[in-house]
Write a protein that binds this ligand. Structure first.
Ligand SMILES: Nc1ncnc2c1ncn2[C@@H]1O[C@H](COP(=O)(O)OP(=O)(O)OP(=O)(O)O)[C@@H](O)[C@H]1O
Length: 585
């Protein structure tokens, strides 16, 4: 998709808003034509020229009316501009976010969060700017044509000197575009790195303190800021240089016109009113030339913004950016619908055949994994650190894109695991829980219906009820950004309660033991086992979990080393015996 196509598609998204906006701004840019002609009439009247047709007071009244009319037009113009910009910016942001949410969760964005935020903020604004300025370019061109026609009729030679700089400016802007793009990309990247560093620092305050790394972290932050300063300086300096080239070319033209105008006046071919008209229009023509250059600059910078937004889509088609969708700008927002469980969601058996995935960065991952989970079974995946347990859970759930393999739900192939393994079919507790700055209750519900009985059950299943009793405001306690006010174990059990609140058929737990004490974890499995209301896939190396397992899968270097019941494995698998005896920890 070219930049022009991107802009065109955005215009087509809300053609009426664009047309009204273009009309408003064309009127705004055309508005000075009238006061220009009135100024000419004013001076002709003052000098008693034969050209004078209106009385002085009538002209003054018309001038005031023209000024008032233009002010009203400008207010209306800003209203249409803001409305149109909001819609096209909203569409770009909506489409990017939608795509990110559809991507495999563990690989949703190909860049750092800081850079992604800059895509959403700066690159969208940049695109808005280019589309919005296309309206100005249009209005200004219409003004240029009309004023050109008027001025040519008065003095063709003089008029030429007003328009020659335009050609120069356009050429200068065209010649410098490659460098402009390079500087723009560098300054955006540097800004993304600074934002990312801030987010990393805030996210790792404890780790920084424990390591006594404050000085070094600040040192690195300073370095990144310095890089940003230098990149921004180049970007701004180049922009400003271009700007000043534009305005000075025009100033030179102005000088020439004044010289030429003075000569024609002396020779009597130009009235004082004509001269006033030239000077009056000149200001606006100057503006036109500068602004046209600005539009070209924005257009070129949008090329960079477009490439960055396309990069965020990873393998998605660039057309996704501009796919038309409603934005819900008025009235109550649509509530997200969490579908209720139906008979069709029932899991009888989940089968996985030859599932493989390798991280492109390390070439490690999982290879050829077979798995069979009958209804309400309890399967534990175990293995040493780095054996591929988390990867298996993620690839199965579509949080990472499988390289190959077959996943079947009740015998039916699962086409897109990412969109299939969601509540009420499946729910998941990741190794590192994601909590939000909100109340404990809203963190657990996270959009699920507020059913007190189901919530109580979820809390009990996650062994969270003693903790809630001890919290100052119970379920309504605000847990701080990322849940910092909770202990690691509380955070993990909150995530588990969130999973239980979804009443899913398949429950996938990724290593709860990293934050739970042995006793709490034992209680959690015990309660889960009592209910036997779901099929469970559990990543763990804890005896408490292994003891409940109907079947255990032992992974080693990304492959299934052994599988069977605990008894069987302890008899037959050396790896299992070593894991059981904690020799590998
Ligand atoms: N994001 C990643 N990029 C590249 N390689 C990765 C990534 N995550 C994991 N790996 C590699 O893939 C292999 C399997 O990792 P995985 O996290 O699945 O192991 P695990 O058994 O879950 O380990 P742990 O017990 O530490 O959770 C490891 O060798 C690891 O280094």
């Amino acid at each position: 998709m070219t930049t022009f196509q991107l802009i065109w598609k955005l215009v087509r998204y809300r053609p009426l808003w664009y047309t009204v906006n273009a009309l408003m701004w064309t009127l705004i840019y055309l508005a000075p034509i009238a006061p220009g002609l009135l100024t000419k009439a004013f001076f002709d009247a003052l000098t008693d020229s034969a050209a004078a047709k209106l009385g002085l007071w009538a002209i003054i009244a018309l001038l005031l009316a023209a000024a008032g009319g233009r002010a009203v037009l400008i207010v209306l113009g800003f209203m249409t501009d803001v409305n149109f910009r909001m819609r096209m910016g909203g569409l770009l942001r909506r489409n990017m976010l939608r795509h990110i949410l559809k991507e495999p969760g563990a690989k949703a964005i190909p860049v750092s969060p800081g850079e992604a935020i800059s895509n959403f903020r700066d690159d969208v604004e940049q695109t808005e700017e280019a589309v919005s300025w296309s309206v100005d370019a249009l209005g200004m061109t219409v003004f240029a044509i009309v004023s050109f026609a008027i001025l040519v009729r008065i003095d063709a030679q003089l008029t030429l000197f007003v328009f020659v700089p335009l050609v120069l400016v356009v050429t200068a802007a065209q010649l410098s575009t490659a460098r402009l793009q390079k500087y723009r990309a560098a300054s955006r990247e540097a800004t993304g790195q600074v934002t990312e560093a801030i987010s990393e620092m805030f996210g790792a305050v404890q780790a920084i303190q424990v390591a006594g790394a404050e000085e070094r972290v600040i040192g690195r932050f300073r370095k990144l800021n310095e890089q940003r300063r230098s990149a921004m300086l180049k970007d701004k300096l180049f922009n400003q240089t271009l700007d000043s080239i534009f305005s000075n070319t025009v100033n030179l033209g102005t000088g020439l016109i004044l010289l030429l105008g003075a000569q024609s006046m002396r020779s009597g071919s130009l009235t004082v009113g004509d001269f006033a008209l030239f000077v009056y229009y000149l200001t606006f023509v100057t503006q036109f030339i500068q602004n046209f250059g600005k539009f070209l600059t924005y257009f070129k910078q949008t090329e960079v913004a477009k490439q960055r937004m396309e990069q965020l889509l990873q393998n998605g088609s660039p057309q996704l950016l501009v796919e038309p969708h409603p934005l819900y700008l008025r009235g109550p927002l649509q509530e997200p619908v969490i579908p209720a469980k139906t008979a069709a969601d029932r899991l009888d058996v989940l089968e996985v055949k030859a599932l493989s995935y390798r991280y492109p960065e390390t070439g490690r991952g999982i290879e050829d994994i077979d798995l069979r989970l009958p209804r309400h079974s309890f399967t534990v995946v175990t293995g040493r650190i780095g054996s591929g347990k988390t990867t298996l859970a993620r690839v199965l759930l579509g949080l990472l894109p499988k390289d190959s393999g077959d996943i079947r739900w009740n015998g039916q192939p699962v086409g897109d695991p990412g969109s299939f393994f969601v509540p009420p079919r499946s729910a998941y507790t990741p190794q590192v829980p994601r909590l939000y700055s909100d109340t404990l209750k809203r963190n657990i519900l996270l959009g699920a219906a507020d059913n007190p009985e189901a919530l109580d059950n979820a809390i009990r299943a996650a062994v969270l009820e003693p903790d809630i009793a001890g919290l100052p405001a119970g379920l309504d306690t605000l847990i701080g950004p990322r849940g910092v006010k909770l202990s690691g174990g509380q955070a993990q059990r909150t995530a588990a309660a969130r999973m239980f609140a979804r009443d899913a058929e398949l429950l996938v737990f990724d290593d709860l033991s990293s934050a739970l004490d042995v006793e709490t974890e034992r209680k959690l499995w015990e309660r889960l086992f009592e209910r036997r209301s779901a099929t469970c896939l559990v990543v763990s190396h804890r005896k408490a979990a292994l003891a409940y397992a109907d079947r255990i899968l032992v992974l080693k270097d990304g492959r299934v080393e052994a599988s069977g019941t605990l008894e069987q494995l302890l008899r037959e698998s050396e790896e299992m015996r070593r894991l059981w005896n904690r020799e590998l920890e």
